[in-house]
Write a protein that binds this ligand. Structure first.
Ligand SMILES: C[S@@+](CC[C@H](N)C(=O)[O-])C[C@H]1O[C@@H](n2cnc3c(N)ncnc32)[C@H](O)[C@@H]1O
Length: 322
């Protein structure tokens, strides 16, 4: 099954952990699902196939180009998919407006798609020359160019350290400030390569580009905003599946699931619970699911993927009322 999917995937976006996503979401006919990062529609296609003949899908992406491609790919499911160009930080609003207020599963496959990476004009890749843009969607206000050319050195160093976990953050920030203005991805990648030695096979600018992308798209804040909304939209027994691509994202997802699995989140020192917090999730996997060596060999971009899965618990009230 996996092999067949790989064959079909072509050179476009290969969905990461495809079989695992479908196993845990377990799509069924008659149910509704949300793919909040539909991208090129790879996972969405699987969800719609498995939930035939009448499962419904809300397909969201902030990138109109990706959404167009997903629309074409999912054409044969017409009538079962609602496409929305939007930001997942607005998930509740988008879902309610689209008639998806209580769903059986929600997928967040974070990060960039191959389409975005492959297009030099988007500025995500240090392997091709293009403008320093890095916005996932055209409505986003800040570009990488603006950050690189206007932020003070200290702020830049902090950004590279916090979002890129870059140990040479100060050195890179200093070099950027000395050589700016910088306008293209090649200029920035070459500058970083000049001040930081290559470690193994990873390009020295990898962490700098990651940090800028996270800042431009406010990726961590958006993730923190979407998770509680996703829980609210899940019906009891509904499943939340999140694939992240770096430790900062994975930590947010892990902590969120841990917190939502507890009935009390008061500091341990308090003798008595005062928070009134009620568990809303049950983690379904202890450790994050990682791609197999075979998947990594086939799709090297999957190597940093980590997937976490949790199930929505019924509310205490619902349990009490039987
Ligand atoms: C890794 S791709 C998803 C690939 C998809 N699962 C597939 O099988 O083709 C991530 C997608 O999420 C989108 N995205 C990133 N941040 C977003 C946000 N805050 N709101 C909505 N979409 C977002 C990106 O534009 C990109 O298309």
């Amino acid at each position: 099954m996996k092999e067949r999917h790989y064959e079909r995937a072509s050179a476009s976006h290969i969905p990461v952990l495809y079989q695992e996503v479908l196993y845990w979401l377990a799509p069924q006919a008659g149910q509704a699902y949300i793919d909040a990062t539909v991208g090129l529609g790879g996972h969405a296609e699987g969800i719609l196939e498995r939930s035939s003949p009448d499962g419904r899908l809300l397909a969201i992406d902030v990138d109109p180009q990706a959404l167009k491609r997903a629309c074409q790919r999912l054409e044969r499911f017409e009538g079962r998919v609602v496409f929305v160009e939007g930001h997942f930080a607005q998930l509740t609003k988008i879902a309610r407006r689209s008639g998806f207020s209580s769903v059986a599963g929600i997928l967040l496959d974070l990060g960039v798609s191959s389409l975005q990476l492959a297009d030099p004009a988007r500025g995500f890749s240090f392997q091709q020359d293009g403008p320093l843009d890095m916005r996932m969607g055209p409505e986003m206000p800040l570009t990488a160019e603006e950050i690189v050319n206007t932020w003070p050195e200290g702020e830049l160093a902090r950004l590279l350290w916090e979002y890129g976990e870059e140990r040479f953050a100060r050195r890179i920030a200093r070099a950027i400030c000395a050589e700016r203005p910088l306008h293209t991805t090649r200029e920035l990648a070459d500058l970083v390569a000049r001040v930081v030695k290559r470690r193994g096979r990873i390009h020295p600018a990898t962490r700098t580009f990651q940090a800028l992308r996270i800042a431009v798209n406010e990726e961590l804040r958006s993730l923190e905003q979407v998770l509680p909304q996703a829980v609210e939209l899940l019906a009891p027994g509904g499943r939340l599946v999140v694939i992240s691509f770096h430790s900062l994202e994975d930590r947010i997802v892990k902590r969120f699931i841990q917190q939502e699995s507890r009935d009390c989140i008061c500091p341990p020192k308090l003798p008595q619970c005062v928070c009134g917090h009620v568990a809303t999730l049950r983690p379904l996997v202890k450790k994050p699911i990682r791609p197999s060596p075979k998947e990594i060999a086939f799709n090297p971009r999957s190597r940093s993927a980590r997937m976490r899965v949790a199930e929505r618990l019924p509310s205490k009230e619902a349990v009490r009322n039987g």
